[in-house]
Design a protein around this ligand. Structure first.
Ligand code: HAM
Length: 417
């Protein structure tokens, strides 16, 4: 016997049970985001590697360690998308969307790829639902995006949600702050972890993220970017906060909030769920006012977020998802195979009339067929036999024999009673 093959590590099959829960996520997203004027976009599963190097940032973990990069037959370096913001920004520029009324509000639900250590809630292929609103610097767009994600998570029953909010200022503020932080880190270098020390030049902000005890102690006394914001940035942040307060959204200002992508400026945020283990981030995002320009487009502000579908489902627990409606289950007396075709015809007709109809396909006895109909929650069962079709109303238990050609009408009438 040949060896059994398995899905690659960090990937998994979406089986029908979970597929049904994902549909619920997609429908909630379409309804909530659509009502706020967001329209669906989908970009290719792979892009030129350069897009992520330039967009996400070459010093990030994503670009340095986590990309699935390959060369195609034409010698081009391509990468399976690790995230959706850089591709959507690329599409905005490529399709001249700056000519449309601004902001252009887009949402997506797609799969992404990162070579990470696989564990519960952390896969190598995962799914995100996300939004990008490009073309407005108004703090109301930041607040609106955050409120929409909060509403989506609430609708989907994600438990124990917490929102952390911060501001990174603009590139200039950050450059000055970065130098100040680098000087501080160098002054305390002996107490930092090797990893943090190695990143003082390339990515000093990540030091706030470290678990290493010595580093954490040093960081507790480090200068804070939030205290260094320019007047305009501080005002932008204050407006976002006031709008969230007005919407009664609870959040915590976290001056140490850093995100794993380099394009952020001003507002950043992260939703976590205490119902999740170590991978507690359900969704996060922020403003990326320099990204479009960095990718060769006109200077254009933008803001968005993405939330992991697997983590949403984990944190939502076993929220009931409606099973498919079965109005009619059609079987026949197994001793009389000549009735099989009539049964097939009735199920087909029923579906054309808009009913949910399933056919007996496993050669069960009549008793077994009734049991199966009950298991799938069928409202009516029609068993074809010598005398016609015996139609049983599974709700009332009443039974009637009708002409095979009258079954669909009978169910349509009975269903509305
Ligand atoms: P991110 O924080 O890297 O942001 O990812 C967003 C969410 O995707 C995370 O909160 C998490 O739920 C999920 N996620 C990330 N990596 C994995 C993984 N390996 N397995 C399972 N779930 C994962 C972004 O990707 C930005 N593009 C968000 C954004 C949009 N910012 C502005 N616009």
């Amino acid at each position: 016997m040949s060896a059994k093959l398995q899905a690659p590590r960090g990937t998994y099959d979406v089986l029908p049970e979970e597929a049904a829960r994902r549909v619920a996520v997609e429908e909630a997203a379409r309804r909530i985001l659509g009502a706020a004027g967001y329209r669906r976009i989908e970009t290719p599963a792979f892009e030129a590697t350069e897009l992520f190097a330039r967009g996400v940032g070459s010093s990030t973990d994503i670009v340095q360690k986590e990309m699935y990069t390959f060369e195609d037959g034409g010698g081009r370096s391509l990468t399976l998308r690790p995230e959706g913001t850089a591709p959507v920004a690329r599409a905005y520029i490529e399709h001249g969307m700056q000519k449309l009324p601004q902001p252009v509000k887009l949402w997506y639900l797609s799969s992404f790829f990162r070579y990470e250590r696989a564990q519960a809630g952390r896969q190598r292929q995962f799914w995100q639902v996300g939004t990008e609103a490009i073309g407005s610097a108004d703090p109301a767009v930041d607040a609106e995006s955050i409120v929409l994600l909060a509403e989506l998570l609430e609708t989907l029953g994600v438990r124990d949600v917490r929102l952390r909010l911060g501001s990174l200022g603009t590139a200039q503020t950050r450059a000055a702050y970065r130098q100040e932080l680098q000087a501080y880190l160098r002054a305390h270098e002996d107490r930092l972890s090797e990893e943090v020390r190695g990143r003082i030049d390339s990515n000093p902000l990540r030091a706030f993220d470290a678990d290493h005890p010595g580093t954490r102690e040093v960081m507790a006394g480090a200068p804070r970017l939030l205290d260094r914001l320019s007047g305009e940035d501080a005002e932008h942040f204050a407006t976002v906060r006031a709008l969230l307060d007005g919407a009664d959204l609870t959040y915590e200002v976290d001056p140490t909030l850093v995100r794993g992508l380099d394009y952020y400026a001003r507002t950043v945020f992260e939703f976590t769920s205490d119902a999740l283990g170590a991978q507690s981030g359900v969704g996060g995002g922020g403003r990326y006012d320099g990204l479009i320009e960095q990718l060769g487009g006109p200077a254009t502000p933008g803001v968005g977020w993405a939330a992991g579908i697997e983590r949403i489902l984990l944190a939502a627990g076993e929220q009931a998802v409606a099973a498919p409606v079965v109005d009619l289950f059609v079987g026949h007396d197994p001793a009389r195979p000549e009735h099989r075709a009539a049964g097939f015809q009735i199920a087909h007709e029923a579906r054309r009339a808009g009913l949910g109809a399933q056919l007996e396909l496993a050669g069960r006895s009549v008793k077994g067929q009734l049991k199966q109909a009950d298991r799938i929650g069928a409202r009516f069962v029609a068993i074809l036999g010598e005398e016609g079709a015996t139609v049983k109303d599974m709700e009332s238990g009443s039974q009637e024999v009708v002409e095979p050609g009258a079954v669909v009408h009978h169910v349509l009438r009975g269903r509305t009673l």
